[in-house]
Design a binder for this molecule. Sequence first.
Ligand code: ADP
Ligand code: MG
Length: 593
Amino acid sequence: MDIIHLLPDSVANQIAAGEVIQRPASCLKELVENSLDAGATKIDVIVRDAGRTMLQVIDNGKGMSDTDLRMAFERHATSKIREAADIFQLTTMGFRGEALASICAVAQVEVQSRRPEDETGSRLVIHGSQVIEQEPCACPVGTNFKVKNLFFNIPVRRKFLKTDQTELRNLLIDFYRIVLVYPKVQFTFISNDEILMDLPAGNEKQRIEDVFGKGQKKSFTSHFVEIHSDTELVCIRGFVGKPETSGKNAQQYFFVNGRYMRHPYFHKAVMTAYQGTLSQEANPSYFIYLEVNPETIDVNIHPTKTEIKFQDEQPIFQILLATVREALGKFNVSPSLDFNRSGYIEMPVGGTAPKSAPLTTHSQPYNPFAQSSERMRTLDWQTLYTPPVAERTPLQPAQQELFEQTVAIDKVYQYNSRYLLMPSEQGLMMVDQHRAHICVLYHTYMHQIAENQSASQQLLFPEVLSVTPDEVPIVDNLLDDLRKVGFDLHQLSPNSYSIQGVPASLDSKDPVATIRKILSAVVESGQSVQEQWQKQVALTLAKDTAIPYGKQLSQAEMTDLMTRLLALKQYRYTEDGKTVVSVLTNDELEKKF
Ligand code: ADP
Ligand code: MG
């Protein structure tokens, strides 16, 4: 008997829904994006019990015909692209055609929609992918989408939802990310009959003020400096916080072509611009809007579309850094506007740039167009570090890979029990020992999580971790990842766990303190995606177990650390954007004498 068969669509959709719809907030995001794509100028979001019982999005967009309304819920049904190449010229938020199919697979959906050219609208009811009814109805132009009892047919998922308070926060996080890029659209957000947000149409500045400025003495935006720059590669606009108003709860937003994105690398550019102006703990707020040619970015690398790949990442990094610096300098908020110092050295240079070329010529302004973007790809360590023994003949790609892993490092010097110094082709390479080790460990732990191979050391006397009720679901969700990095946790009572094993690398450190740090890192990250949580677990543990400053290292230890660091694809910054490697170029060195 043959045993392979195709899954019914309703089952396939339910599985696919797991990727797109994780919580009410993902639902909100998809529905509001659809309304924007439909050209709405007014969008109302109404939720009950943080979207768990009901989430409604009402728009005045172009509506759908009755046939389109039915089609919209099929998987891969979209009016926005026709062929794969279209995704590189996107002008809409959606394009995958899977949101509605996913939502209707896991909820009870009721939609009314009418196009301006139609006399009557159409009403459609779908429960768990099953059409319950469709009929003509009287309704205003636009679309009214009601999603009830999310995950009614997947109890496990429903249980996975957090407290209403947390889910409401998640809803608002996604709401902000959208309304901040669409200031011309009027929005309201109503939760359990209370109007939480009432945002009239305006410009970006007014929108930021309306969202974050509530109940503050001084206007929120007076804490900001405007930035602006227009180049062929990118147009940058936005607002960056004055250093003195930076605090712990920073609002940091990047948008590209009208879409929110996370971009740790560009974040690094902004932070570099602030260098020397902030106290240790302070974090500046920023709202930065980038416009680039849609053909030069790839938004398709992640289903929730918050991670975006840029073709011209490095020149944009540099332009962004210069733009923010200049703005901070113009308003006299930055003590040093000396472009010739630190910032440029950290700029990753083109991987295939001629070896004799200086890193940057400081006497002339940086010109991203002088080099083709092809040459400005990610820096590989070869350009930075050329082993003294190697003949400088070009390597074949296969050889290169091998070579990358077996780089022979001759001698490393330790300075001040804090930095490792090493000669490289372009100058003196200076490495922060603690952060270098964080980078290496982070990758080890991420690997353990991915490969499910833990190295746990059983404790003779188990420790007890007590948690608050709202931390319980977080710990439960983390249990598996914690186990993969070596923590062996068992629930003792509703609010406590016994720690019976710890990662071998944790040594004699307090495991309770480390797990506490992981918990707060996860909460602070405000992320709801499992993958982001794993990153927090790996990063926090790496920080806790990395070689501290002040530790004398033997030559063997230093060589080992450098070898492992340089074998990483990305070793210039830690996962949270701290500089690991800096280079004092030969040019700069010579100038000093
Ligand atoms: P995508 O947005 O990726 O195209 P969706 O599943 O989110 O896929 O939506 C499917 C289609 O349904 C859209 O392409 C659009 O034609 C239509 N649609 C969805 N929401 C609306 C709306 N609020 N107004 C008008 N049309 C809509
Ligand atoms: Mg969509």
